[in-house]
Write a protein that binds this ligand. Structure first.
Ligand code: MG
Length: 342
C-alpha cells in the first residue's frame, strides 16, 4: 500500500518576478509525500498561475490519486512500476500536470530510498555530462539587476527575461555588469518577425547563446520562420508542454525546454528527452520557482540535456530543503538516497 499525503506551501520569491506576461511575488506549491513500509518519498508541485493549477485543483487531484494508490498491492518499486503507475495517474483527469509531477517525483524519491541509492545512479546518468545551470534575472531596473547580479556569483551562465520594449537596454545593462554567457527568454513577448531576427543577430554579438519562446505559443509559423533564419538556436518553452506536443512543434524550433511541472514528471520527461533527440532537437531542462525537491529531481534529467536552467530553489526565500551544492556553476548530484532533497 502506498500512502499519499500532501500539504500546500506558498513559495516566497526573493524578488518580485517580472516577465513579459506578468509579475508575481509568490508561487503556489504543494509538497507531496508517498510512504511505504517506513520510507517516505518527497515530491513537489510548483504551480505558476499561467498554467491554471492552484492549491484547490492540486488538492482535488491528489485526493483522487491517494485513493488509487491506497488500493495498490505492494510491488517492488522500479522504473517500470513508476511508468505504469503514472500512466494510471495521468488517466485520472486531464491537466493537473504539476500535481501529477509531484506524485512522479515522490515515487522516484521512494524508489531511490527503497534501493538506498541516489536516483541519478538508478537512472544511469553521470555528473560528467551535467551542463552548467543558468541563474535567472527577471525584467528589472538597472539598480535591482545590479543587486541580483551579486546573487548570481556562483553561476557561470545567466538567463535574462526579454520580451519588453527595451530588450536591448536590458542586455546592455547586464553586459555592463557581467560577461557571462546568456540564455535569452522572450516568454512569447516578441510580436514582429523581422524585428525579432534583427534582435537575435544583435543578441548573438552580445554572447547570447540561445533564444527561448520568441512568439506566442500558438504562433508556430513565426517560430519556424525565425528558426530557419536565426543564427542562435530557438527553443520552445510555452509551445512545448508534453511529449504529445513534440510531433506538432518539432519542425518549428531547434530545441525544447523540458520542465517536470509541465510534462508530469521524470517518467515522461525522460521519454520526451529521448524522443526529442530522435527529432534532432537540442534539449534544455528548465524549472519553475521550486524548492530543492523539484530542482534535485530536474538535476537527474539534466545530464541528458545540452542546457540547464534549474535555479528555481535559489530564487525563493523559504526553501524547506537545503539548496543543492554547486561546482563550477553546475549542480552537484547528491550522494543521498532518492532525489536528494534533504
Ligand atoms: Mg521560458
Amino acid at each position: 500500500m502506498l500512502q499519499l499525503s500532501y500539504r500546500p506551501l506558498l513559495l516566497e520569491l526573493r524578488h518580485p518576478f517580472r516577465i513579459a506576461t506578468g509579475m508575481r511575488t509568490h508561487t503556489n506549491a504543494v509538497l507531496t509525500e508517498i510512504s511505504m513500509e517506513g520510507l517516505t518519498g518527497f515530491g513537489e508541485a510548483a504551480m505558476p498561475p499561467y498554467y491554471g493549477e492552484n492549491h484547490d485543483t492540486a488538492a482535488a487531484f491528489l485526493e483522487k490519486a491517494a485513493s488509487l494508490l491506497a488500493g495498490f498491492r505492494f510491488r517492488r518499486i522500479d522504473a517500470a512500476f513508476i511508468a505504469e503507475t503514472m500512466a494510471t495517474i495521468d488517466a485520472l483527469a486531464p491537466g493537473n500536470n504539476a500535481a501529477k509531477a509531484s506524485i512522479d517525483i515522490a515515487l522516484h524519491d521512494l524508489w531511490g530510498k527503497t534501493e538506498n541509492k541516489p536516483l541519478w545512479k538508478l537512472l544511469e546518468v553521470s555528473q560528467k555530462n551535467m551542463p552548467p545551470t543558468s541563474f535567472t534575472l527577471g525584467i528589472d531596473t538597472p539598480e535591482v539587476l545590479r543587486e541580483k547580479m551579486a546573487e548570481a556569483a556562483d553561476f557561470s551562465m545567466l538567463k535574462i527575461k526579454l520580451g519588453s520594449d527595451d530588450d536591448r537596454q536590458i542586455i546592455r545593462t547586464v553586459r555592463e555588469l557581467s560577461n557571462k554567457p546568456i540564455f535569452a527568454d522572450a516568454n512569447q513577448g516578441w510580436k514582429n518577425r523581422e524585428a525579432a531576427l534583427d534582435l537575435v543577430y544583435w543578441l548573438q554579438e552580445q554572447d547570447v547563446v540561445l533564444v527561448e519562446q520568441p512568439f506566442h505559443k500558438d504562433d508556430l509559423e513565426s517560430a519556424a520562420w525565425l528558426s530557419e533564419r536565426s543564427p542562435l538556436p530557438v527553443i520552445a518553452d510555452e509551445s512545448f508542454q508534453r511529449l504529445s506536443d513534440l510531433n506538432r512543434i518539432a519542425g518549428c524550433f531547434q530545441g525544447v525546454n523540458i520542465k517536470l511541472m509541465k510534462c508530469t514528471g521524470l517518467s515522461e520527461g525522460i521519454r520526451a528527452a529521448h524522443a526529442a533527440r530522435g527529432y534532432g532537437l537540442q534539449l534544455m531542462v528548465g524549472c519553475m520557482t521550486e524548492t530543492s525537491c523539484g530542482i534535485s529531481a530536474a538535476a537527474a534529467l539534466a545530464p541528458l540535456c545540452d542546457y540547464a536552467d534549474i535555479d528555481g530553489c535559489w530564487l525563493i526565500g523559504n526553501n524547506p530543503f537545503a539548496a543543492p551544492m554547486l561546482e563550477n556553476g553546475r549542480i552537484l548530484l547528491s550522494g543521498c538516497a532518492g532525489v536528494g532533497a534533504v
